[in-house]
Design a protein around this ligand. Structure first.
Ligand code: ZN
Length: 291
């Protein structure tokens, strides 16, 4: 069995609406979050805290870009990734503008955006950054990074923001889509417990060899266990077809407070099924169906 007919594959469509919405959502988020970002970095110059702020900034801007793309029904993660890359670069720049605004003017309530951006244009930001690099901007453990070390810190900061923006955006549209109904396919239900998959690589190889029968012929566990696998079923609610399932391993454990925690690992994603196969799975009397 070849891989194409085994797994769902996005059509790769991305229309002008999706492009415009992802750019607009991304820009609005990076302006708002960028302002917060620059001011928070300025007022809270603690390296560990800044690390978290960088992560939240990239993740926030990327998520907004991805949500715009999802509204616009984008099914092309390469194009969305490139859009997010540009938004990520802009976000890094917006963060700088905001930080320098905090450094020099400190008046976030009366802001004329056009005046701010014409003052802190990229070449001015660059020359201010070069000046700051000579004296250093902050210290950690009595060490004030300057010159190359400070550029390195800024380089890592920019890469983190850009990388997280791209990843967070692309993850949002990583869902199946019904081309016939022009809509996203929601998760229908989850059935479990199936035996835990010990060897992920071996399982995938067998799946590619035997096809979907491997999943369908799997006998369910008689009793619930701390380690098992589960099937998430997806069906288009509009045409009631376009079925698929995702196989995941689940491990239950107790945390330090004695509460049950669940760790889920995706093993095989969006395996295509036909109508008969999905109704057989759903009608299995031994299944715990969680809708
Ligand atoms: Zn449909």
């Amino acid at each position: 069995m070849n891989q194409k007919s085994l797994y769902y594959k996005p059509s790769g469509s991305i229309g002008p609406v999706a492009i415009v919405l992802s750019v607009v959502f991304g820009l609005i988020a990076s302006l708002i979050l960028g302002t917060l970002y620059g001011y928070m970095i300025y007022y809270l110059p603690f390296i560990y805290f800044n690390f978290i702020i960088v992560i939240l900034y990239g993740f926030g801007v990327g998520s907004a870009t991805g949500i715009g793309a999802k509204f616009g029904k984008a099914r092309n993660s390469t194009v969305l990734g490139l859009i997010a890359l540009c938004i990520g670069v802009l976000s890094f720049y917006f963060g700088w503008v905001s930080w320098m605004h905090a450094l020099t003017e400190q008046n976030v309530l009366k802001v004329d955006l056009i005046a701010v951006f014409s003052k802190f244009n990229p070449s001015h930001v660059y020359s201010m950054a070069s000046d700051i690099a000579q004296t250093g901007a902050w210290s950690i453990f009595g060490w004030t990074p300057k010159g190359f070390s400070l550029y390195l810190v800024w380089g890592v900061e920019s890469l983190m923001i850009i990388f997280l923006t791209v990843v967070a955006a692309v993850v949002i549209i990583d869902e199946p889509f019904c081309e016939r109904c022009n809509t996203w396919i929601q998760e229908d239900s989850t059935i479990s417990p199936y035996p835990f998959i010990e060897d992920e690589e071996n399982y995938k190889a067998s799946l590619e060899k035997e096809g979907v029968e491997l999943v369908l012929n799997q006998a369910k566990l008689e009793t619930s266990e701390a380690k098992f696998s589960e099937y998430q079923l997806f069906v288009c609610k509009m045409c009631n077809s376009n079925q698929m399932l995702t196989v995941s391993n689940v491990e239950l454990s107790l945390n330090s407070e004695g509460k049950e925690e669940q760790a889920k690992t995706e093993i095989a994603k969006h395996i295509l099924l036909d109508k008969a196969q999905i109704s057989t799975l759903k009608s299995d009397p031994n299944s715990d169906v969680i809708s």
